[in-house]
Design a protein around this ligand. Structure first.
Ligand code: AGP
Length: 591
């Protein structure tokens, strides 16, 4: 993962780099570092931990000409200051920040060691810096050294590079990790995503895999396979990338509270009051496809499971695969299959790998992402947006509901079922009420702060919601939480129930209500601590939280939000870093 940011020219580079890095912390926050050219030398400063610690050690009086910075999610080497980026080559000619993984770094390191290079860290990045230096010393050209380095490296990399002999230039190279350039007044910028740059420019250049080159205050050059290519400038609506806590203590709770308006915005974008607004060719392609195959990871995978349930009654064969697994066994790429790629970020490496496989075979992909201009959005046959707005907290909340409602709308468009729109509007109303009663959920959370494990149980749609509920509790509250279909408990997991074991039961659908209630009794008989989240129509007086009714097929949108609030408050009571849980990153850009 990791986030990189770089700039050259006439702006306050300290401010730009450090603020930009904070905005990229969602990509990893194990360690942070900065390098800049000032007074004839490249200065490197690194810390273990957050950008705020780095900020404390970087002098406020610096005035560099060029600078790079990095926030790290450790892949190779422990998350300490030594392994933090930037890394320098032996003669300090090249200073580099890197996002990605170099798969052949061991043999390259060996070759360089034989030639006298010394390595001081456990990282793969130090190999890139030294390789660049060696190839520059042989060729005398940085651009040629970049081309040769790219040929030698296997794996993924987005790199920003300071060359000590050119203090007014910032070099870059990219393959399979995100990187884009920003063109500001009097400054050239680059970063892993637009967010660090949006206060300076709305003009960007999306780099393609294999691109390398440099930026200067008022120039940029991009090369591909040793050929100079013309940059393609794109203007982005920068407001979409700005975000503020606006008085909330955490982004997670702010983003949960935004969900009703996210649902409304989604409906407004895909329904004009009488007709669905989806691309007609895409609808035609979906109608004639024999198979629909969803690919996704994490929360987006659980949302896709809902989508599969919606699409099956269309008489198609519908599959859902975890992207990282499907990539090893890429079946089903044929003319009669459409792949739906679900991704909040649009940058998830496992999914990008799947997309490359499908694209190479000429398959059709529909990307549903929350990020305009993201890799998955740009490389799909049909691209659709989720309109959830920038999601900052590592735990996905509003994007889950946006994904599920999006899939319900898409399915309704295929079936010409306009009534679905009113049913989705009702979800927004029900969520208003749930959010207004959030303190009831807070009180429930206070009861379980000592629990180490939790089970989520449900049947049908509620089982699918249980999976996402368990993921939230794992991620932000660090509870070992697992979801089971109610009927499966007796086939093994019930052996784990002891007096006091936390079980969260979900029930929304009258069709399964009596069976799941039987399961709840079995758990109660074994003295589990049972918290039941239900919808009004199927509620029972002893339920822990009773939410307003919505149609059962949309109920996960309501019960998952109850579970999100529950996870949030458990984490809050435990004093955990809610928006940036340990070991995680928002955008998973390594496989
Ligand atoms: C969700 O809370 C997680 N942080 C994670 O599972 C996430 O959903 C997953 O990494 C997929 O990300 P994407 O939607 O950006 O592709």
């Amino acid at each position: 993962m990791c986030g990189i940011v770089g700039g050259v020219g006439n702006i306050n580079l300290r401010e730009y780099l450090l603020t930009g890095l904070k905005k990229l912390e969602y990509r990893g926050y194990d360690s942070a570092g900065i390098a800049y050219y000032e007074s004839s030398e490249v200065i490197v400063q690194k810390v273990s931990g957050r950008v705020s610690s780095l900020e404390a050690v970087v002098s406020e009086n610096i005035a560099p000409t060029v600078g790079i910075a990095h926030t790290r999610w450790a892949t190779h080497g422990q998350p300490n200051a030594l392994n933090a980026h930037p890394h320098q080559s032996n003669q300090k000619l090249f200073t580099i920040v890197h996002n990605g993984v170099i798969e052949n770094f061991r043999p390259l390191r060996q070759q360089l060691t034989v030639r006298g290079y010394q390595f001081h860290t456990e990282t793969d990045t130090e190999v890139i810096a030294n390789l660049l230096e060696r190839l520059f010393l042989r060729s005398g050209s940085v651009i040629e050294a970049l081309a040769q380095t790219m040929e030698a490296l296997e794996g993924s990399f987005a790199c920003a590079i300071i060359f000590a002999q050119e203090p007014n230039r910032l070099y870059f190279m990219k393959k399979a990790s995100p990187l884009l350039l920003g063109v500001a007044k009097g400054a050239g910028l680059l970063a892993s995503d637009p967010v660090p740059m949006v206060d300076y420019t709305s003009r960007f250049v999306d780099l393609e895999d294999g691109d390398y080159g440099y930026i200067e205050a008022d120039d940029l050059k991009i090369y591909h396979d040793r050929v100079l290519v013309k940059p393609v400038f794109a203007t982005r609506n920068v407001d979409l990338f700005k975000s503020d806590l606006e008085g909330y203590p955490h982004y997670m709770i702010k983003e949960i509270e935004e969900i009703p308006s996210v649902v409304k915005r989604l409906v407004d974008n895909y329904y004009d009051g009488s007709e669905f607004l989806f691309n007609r060719n895409m609808i035609k392609a979906l109608r004639s496809a024999k198979k629909i195959h969803f690919l996704a990871c994490g929360t987006s995978y659980y949302a896709s499971k809902m989508g599969a349930k919606y699409f099956r009654p269309l008489g198609k064969s519908v599959l859902v695969s975890i992207a990282s697994e499907w990539a090893y066994d890429p079946y089903d790429v044929s003319d009669d299959t459409i792949f739906i790629l679900m991704s909040q970020s649009g940058e998830t490496a496992d999914l990008i790998r799947c997309q490359k496989i499908i694209n190479a075979s000429g398959g059709i992909t529909i990307a549903a992402t929350n990020t305009k201009g993201s890799t998955i959005e740009r490389k799909a046959t049909y691209s659709l947006l989720l309109y959830a707005g920038l999601e900052v907290a590592v735990a996905s909340t509003k994007s889950y509901v946006a994904q599920v409602c999006f899939l319900a709308l898409l399915c309704a468009a295929l079936k010409n079922e306009n009534a679905v729109v009113a049913e989705i509007d009702r979800v927004a109303e029900a969520l208003h009420e749930v959010i207004s009663r959030k303190e009831e959920i807070h009180d429930l959370a206070k009861q379980v702060t000592k629990n180490k494990d939790a089970f989520f149980v449900g049947r049908g749609y509620d089982f699918l919601a249980s999976m996402e509920g368990a993921l939230k509790l794992k991620e932000v509250a660090y509870l070992h939480a697992e979801a089971y279909p109610g009927g499966e408990l007796k086939h093994g997991p019930i052996a784990l129930i002891e007096p006091g074991t936390l079980v969260v039961g979900l029930v929304s659908d009258p069709e399964v209500a009596s069976s799941i209630r039987n399961n709840f009794e079995e758990l109660r008989a074994r003295k589990a601590k049972l918290l039941i989240f239900s919808l009004h129509k199927v509620s029972s007086p002893e339920d822990a939280f009773i939410a307003p009714d919505v149609k059962p097929y949309l109920a996960p949108n309501v019960l998952v939000v109850v579970a999100q609030l529950f996870a949030y408050y458990v984490a809050l009571e435990k004093g955990l870093p809610i928006d940036k849980p340990r070991n995680l990153a928002k955008s998973v850009t390594v496989e």
